[in-house]
Design a protein around this ligand. Structure first.
Ligand SMILES: Nc1ncnc2c1ncn2[C@@H]1O[C@H](COP(=O)(O)OP(=O)(O)OP(=O)(O)O)[C@@H](O)[C@H]1O
Length: 229
């Protein structure tokens, strides 16, 4: 197996006249948990979106598991996201009309798994993440931490190769955020999932194996002792 699961090589990406990435290079090893840190507006989310095949770079390359991602068309990138990637965002973004278990099953349903089978696969996550009994609740009936754990289960239910987490605890108080991080990292370690974590919080970044700093659209290494300072 290659020692790189996913990487960006010299990626440039602008929004109109605003350059967000100006030659960003980063590689993540299989099973590694990488924290991408940096000031607001530095390009962290743009880098995550380019790595995940949500955005296409203007220049540079994205490679996943030995394949080029940036040259795929929208359908190819969409299939890759569905089959190989999981996502957790700051505000869980659960579908309010669906129950918690339907939300967790959603990526499976979108991938063509039949409803009963998808729900069967979704249910064990409730026990695993301390959500027993909440399967039939809708997102409006869950606390912020519960909703974010449901979002985490949804991100992991397809057994993705890479989990992309953009400020996954940003909407939670610090204790609840730590519980969500404990569970995210625990599940990722158990399944050997590679994690790309965007955060500006040192306490959240401390869960990662390695840290990089995005500044002015470029990526720099960050020594562990600098993370908590
Ligand atoms: N869809 C968009 N349209 C226009 N400009 C954008 C868009 N997305 C990002 N930008 C700009 O690109 C730059 C990088 O944004 P990005 O969201 O990647 O930063 P970030 O480091 O994730 O910031 P934050 O920590 O505040 O979320 C910023 O100047 C931002 O205003």
């Amino acid at each position: 197996m290659s020692d790189v699961m996913i990487e960006a090589r010299d990626v440039m990406r602008s929004f109109g006249q605003t350059p967000a990435l100006r030659g960003a290079t980063v590689a993540v090893a299989p099973g590694e948990i990488l924290a991408i840190m940096g000031p607001s507006g530095s390009g962290k989310s743009t880098l995550l979106h380019c790595l995940a095949g949500i955005l296409v770079p203007d220049e540079g390359e994205i490679h996943f598991d030995g394949r080029r991602v940036d040259t795929l068309d929208e359908a190819g990138r969409s299939a890759l996201r569905r089959d190989s990637f999981g996502f957790v965002f700051q505000f869980g973004q659960l579908v309010p009309e669906l129950t918690a278990e339907e939300n967790v099953a959603l990526p499976l349903l979108l991938g063509g798994v039949r409803r009963e089978a998808a729900l069967r696969q979704a249910r064990p996550w409730f026990g695993r993440l301390g959500l027993d009994g909440l399967e039939r609740r809708r997102s409006g009936e869950l606390s912020g931490g519960q909703a974010q754990r449901v979002a985490l289960a949804r991100g992991l239910v397809t057994s993705p190769k890479v989990l992309f987490a953009d400020e996954p605890t940003g909407s939670l108080d610090s204790l609840t955020g730590e519980q969500v991080m404990d569970q995210m990292v625990g599940a990722a370690r158990e399944h050997g999932t590679t994690v790309v974590l965007v955060t500006h919080e040192a306490r959240v970044a401390a869960y990662a194996d390695r840290h990089v700093m995005v500044r002015d659209g470029k990526v720099a290494a960050l020594a562990p002792e600098r993370v908590l300072s």
